[in-house]
Design a protein around this ligand. Structure first.
Ligand code: GLA
Length: 705
């Protein structure tokens, strides 16, 4: 009988147990709520062992945390390796395994194949599992890595349903649930960024799991390039998930003695439905990923020039827009595309990062001075990884773009991609941005990325490493500058960018109905303070939908709020309402951005969220109806997630939705406030008029001593 080994890790409310026989690769014996400290782990693992059945290898191979095919495992392998032109069969065995505090390391080796793998699993803030692998060539000839998972996770038997989160430009993160069938579910991105396919997000769980009940597992890969995420469920319904950076063949070839370290994969387990996943991811990102998060001040209200002025910018029009922005309470004016080179549309000038001498004859200083005089700070749009064929940079260095020598240079949005991994290109790009930031008091950069990487000539991976190095260098030189990651909206949202950025642009689509959906999906992983949410123009330029200012503003409040419309195109009344909501955002942003987010279940077609301050003393709720409800009187909105024994004074902050206010039974009662226990709020609730399309209510709660 071979010895059974176990390793245990404990988080705040989580236990992980690995188990393996002899020198086999460990399997996952347990991942769930904290086990008693004296649990007999050998008994736990032994109770799960199965005997051999017909048509299996003589020594059946269970799913492990580093699956490999040589001994009869027929599921996906963690890595595809080659020496020269031949696939390399590896038979890694456990040579060491140890746990210390909240981290464990498993070392695997196959001396004959010349391969060693180290698996690092740690429980971080928010009880997040942070997992990565390091693969070393211990042989004496080069080793090619064609695929290498950061995470291989045998799925618990209860994880039979998957929520797919993919989309397209202006329609990101469409959630669609389905059963995990036998066979493979695979998501790949191939455009040199996570893209819109959702390959960087994984959400699986029990079919019954909902907003606050049931078991769910969510995973994310902290990588800004191509991804591959796969779940394979075999004929016996054993399911295994793998996640890793997608590599081009021949791109990673390890010289003897060198190693490839995968990006980190983040894995959260919830026993409280989607809210448990939110809680884990938000806590983790805030504590361990977002740069200097503890020192962030209030998230300033933006006005971005894109939807107001497009490319039609000059000093005078930008100043006039800034003045209108300041008048409604905006705190940061962001000059979007169109300020540099000779850019009048998207056909030129990327790479020429100096102000257009015709439209900004005095440079940016007159505009920035005016913005400052208006009490706002200044932000600027850049797209540093790109070059337009019609640019001074391209004319000077036509070989600086990613291209296959002697072949066509296919463009997207009339632009090419700089080969950032070339040191002179990286240095030039840094110098251009550094010069801008030295010359001007710029508080914020909107860092855009509007095309996929092709052809890549096997450089996709190096490009991302170079991008991260560029961002790190810039941040070290200008630590106070905030950076937003945008890629035609949400084309590059991942924890590796978020380790270097302060917010993301989730979508070019500012339509509030779309934003409700987008925020529900993104907020599974990202806290609201990093989700740029703007009040867009009316009608919406992408969907054509007409929506009221109150609804647009209330939806935008629940993110990092901004305005991406021209206040001059609004009526005086609309500007007044917008200003009132900006003021409300300022009053509540600390709670929305630091608090615990709790998804509510207001009824069919409606959305609801509650944000509870870390102290528990205040909370702000939001309930919105999108369509025309089937029932005139929706069930009372139950506010879950509060302290059941505490008492809260509940008011409905004004301005109230115009149509729905008529149906409030006792407006003065809501103005004065009603005091209810957390238990009553969760079990009984509030009867809000939510029948009409595009109605949104705010609910303010203050804990009563
Ligand atoms: C991308 C961004 C937009 C805007 C334009 C400017 O599409 O997603 O927000 O900045 O570029 O060209």
């Amino acid at each position: 009988m071979t010895a059974l080994h176990t390793l245990r890790l404990d988080g705040d409310a989580l236990t992980l147990v690995l188990a393996w026989s002899g020198d086999a690769v460990p399997g996952l014996a347990y991942l769930g709520a904290t086990l008693p400290a004296d649990e007999d782990l050998a008994a736990l693992a032994g109770a799960l062992q199965r005997g051999r059945h017909e048509s299996q290898a003589d020594a059946p191979q269970p799913a492990t945390i580093w699956p490999q095919t040589g001994r009869g495992w027929l599921g996906p392998a963690a890595a595809d390796l080659r020496r020269g032109d031949r696939a390399l069969d590896v038979d890694l065995q456990t040579v060491a395994a140890r746990a210390e505090g909240r981290a464990l390391t498993v070392e695997l080796a196959d001396a004959a194949a010349g391969v060693a793998v180290r698996l690092d699993w740690r429980i971080g803030a928010g009880d997040m599992l942070v997992v990565r692998a390091t693969l070393t060539n211990v042989g004496d000839v080069p080793l090619a890595i064609d695929a290498c998972a950061a995470l291989a996770l045998p799925l618990p038997v209860w994880a039979t349903r998957i929520t797919d989160l993919s989309g397209r430009w202006s329609g990101e993160m469409r959630a669609a649930a389905g059963d995990l069938a036998r066979g493979a579910w695979v998501k790949e991105s191939r455009g040199g960024r996570p893209g819109f396919s959702g390959a960087q997000w994984l959400l699986v769980g029990e079919p019954e799991a909902d907003a606050d009940r049931g078991r769910l597992l969510a995973a994310h890969l902290a990588w800004s390039g191509d991804h591959v995420t796969r779940i394979e469920r075999d004929n016996d319904s054993v399911a295994l998930a793998t996640m890793g950076a997608r590599l081009d063949a021949g791109e990673i070839v390890l010289a003897p003695g060198t190693a490839y370290e995968t990006p980190a994969a983040l894995v959260a387990l919830s026993t409280a439905g989607r809210n448990g996943i939110r809680c884990a991811f938000h806590r983790h990102l805030r504590a361990e990923v977002l740069p200097g998060r503890a020192d962030w001040g209030p998230r300033k209200v933006h006005l971005n020039s894109w939807e107001a002025l497009g490319f039609d910018l000059d000093t005078a029009s930008a100043i006039a827009l800034a003045e209108r922005a300041a008048a409604i309470g905006v705190e940061r004016f962001v000059l979007d595309d169109g300020w540099f080179g000779r850019r009048r549309d998207d056909s030129s000038s990327l790479g020429d990062w100096t102000p257009d001498p015709q439209r900004f004859p005095g440079g940016l200083a007159p505009l920035i001075d005016r913005v400052h005089a208006l009490g706002m700070d200044f932000g600027l749009w850049v797209e540093p990884e790109m070059v337009s064929p019609d640019s001074d940079l391209y004319r000077a260095h036509p070989d600086w773009c990613l291209h296959a020598p002697g072949r066509a240079r296919p463009a997207q949005r009339n632009q090419l991609v700089l080969d950032l991994a070339r040191p002179e290109v990286g240095d030039h790009t840094f110098a251009a941005l550094d010069a801008l930031l030295r010359a001007h008091p710029i508080a914020y950069l909107k860092w855009d990325h509007n095309r996929e990487l092709f052809p890549r000539a096997g450089k996709g991976h190096a490009q991302i490493r170079a991008l991260h190095a560029l961002l790190d260098r810039l941040r070290a030189a200008h630590p106070a500058v905030e950076i937003e990651s945008c890629a035609s909206g949400g084309g590059r949202i991942d924890a590796a960018m978020l380790a270097r950025c302060h917010r993301v642009w989730p979508s070019d689509n500012n339509d509030p109905l779309e934003r409700l959906r987008l925020n529900a999906s993104y907020s599974l992983f990202l806290p609201r303070e990093v989700l740029g949410n703007h009040v867009g123009p009316d009608p919406n330029p992408i969907t054509g939908r007409v929506t009221g200012i109150d609804f647009r503003a209330r939806v935008a409040m629940f993110g990092h709020m901004g305005v991406e419309a021209d206040p001059a195109s609004m009526s005086a009344w609309e500007r007044e309402r917008l200003a009132a909501h900006i003021a409300l955002y300022k009053a509540w942003r600390d709670v929305i951005h630091e608090g615990l987010e709790w998804e509510l279940t207001p009824g069919k077609g409606a959305h609801g969220s509650l944000f509870i301050a870390p102290s528990g003393a205040r909370a702000i709720g939001f309930a919105a109806q999108t369509g025309f409800a089937a029932d005139y009187d929706l069930p009372p909105l139950r506010l879950t997630g509060l302290d059941p024994s505490a008492r809260y004074r509940v008011t409905l902050p004004e301005p109230w939705p115009r149509k729905a206010r008529r149906y409030l039974a006792d407006p003065d009662g809501w103005r004065a406030g009603r005091t209810l226990s957390g238990r009553a709020l969760a079990e009984s609730g509030l009867a809000l008029p939510l029948a009409h399309p595009e109605t949104a209510w705010l609910i303010a709660l203050e804990k009563v001593a």
